[in-house]
Design a protein around this ligand. Structure first.
Ligand code: SF4
Ligand code: SF4
Length: 256
């Protein structure tokens, strides 16, 4: 019996499912190893019943999302948050601390709360237990493939407990903060992309979300402050892909 695999979308751009579809060289091998019971962007086939592994991308942004997520959780043995929307809320949640849902509906659509089936966008872990996460906006193909094959062998997907800076230094790329004063978020962001942006001379904009314990990478964070960026500058950048972070996420004093 092949393990049953479901790949589901809540509210989001669908870019993580697209990354799986983009694995052209491995896709046939991959689908031959699983019974794919749901894959919105890949097939119209839908099979009810229990699932061994469920991947869920997107945020919970509607009542419909929440109902769907709870149903997926109830039928899944392992549930994996796929991409930063599902893990941290990402772009959809980046201004959650600034305005209420009612204010947004009024500003954008000119309607009162209740007109749409809308909720404030939240990551899936706000509502259900999640066994593993595969980060990124969008996810990395190689990392996802390694994650899926690890699960097939009863192992855990890769987990990065260190920041992008480590991969940057292992590759001996010049540091764009030190050399060019660019506001690179590499000190605070999960590794796993092999420091793609610094490899091209660009600053990391944080698409993989904050590394666990980012608040403890004090020396690297201090580099950004020493270059003249304020804590607010850094928080604004971090929130683009990391969603609803509290103002004291990085500790320290607030800006004057
Ligand atoms: S701050 Fe950016 S450029 Fe500098 S070492 Fe870290 S990831 Fe590389
Ligand atoms: S360097 Fe940063 S922004 Fe670029 S791919 Fe990696 S995590 Fe994303």
């Amino acid at each position: 019996m092949k393990p049953k695999l479901g790949i589901f979308s809540l509210t989001g751009c669908g870019g993580d499912q697209l990354q799986i579809l983009n694995m052209e060289d491995q896709l046939l091998e991959l689908v031959s190893r699983f019974d794919i019971v749901d894959f919105q962007e890949g097939s119209s086939r839908k099979v009810e019943g229990d699932i061994d592994i469920a991947f869920v991308e997107g945020t919970v942004s509607t009542e419909h999302d929440l109902k769907k997520l709870k149903e997926i959780r109830a039928r899944s043995n392992i549930l994996i948050a796929l991409g930063n929307c599902a893990i941290e809320g990402c772009i959809q949640a980046m201004r959650n601390g600034e305005t209420t849902l009612a204010e947004r509906l009024k500003d954008v659509y000119g309607v009162e709360e209740g007109f749409f089936d809308a909720r404030l966008s939240k990551p899936i872990s706000e509502y259900v237990n999640v066994e593993f996460s595969i980060p990124g906006c969008p996810i990395e193909k190689e990392e996802t493939l390694r994650g899926i094959t690890s699960l097939l062998h009863g192992d855990s997907p890769p987990y990065y407990s260190y920041p992008v800076c480590v991969e940057c230094k292992l590759n001996e790329y010049p540091c764009v903060i030190v050399e060019e004063g660019k506001p690179c978020l590499g000190p605070l962001i999960r590794a796993g992309c092999d420091a793609r942006c610094p490899s091209l001379g660009l600053d990391c904009i944080g698409c993989r979300g904050p590394v666990e314990g980012a608040e403890n990478f004090a020396a690297e964070y201090q580099m950004l402050l020493d270059k003249g960026y304020t804590k607010q500058d850094i928080m604004n950048r971090l929130r683009v892909f990391s969603g609803e972070l509290s103002d004291d996420f990085l500790g320290g004093e607030d800006d004057e």
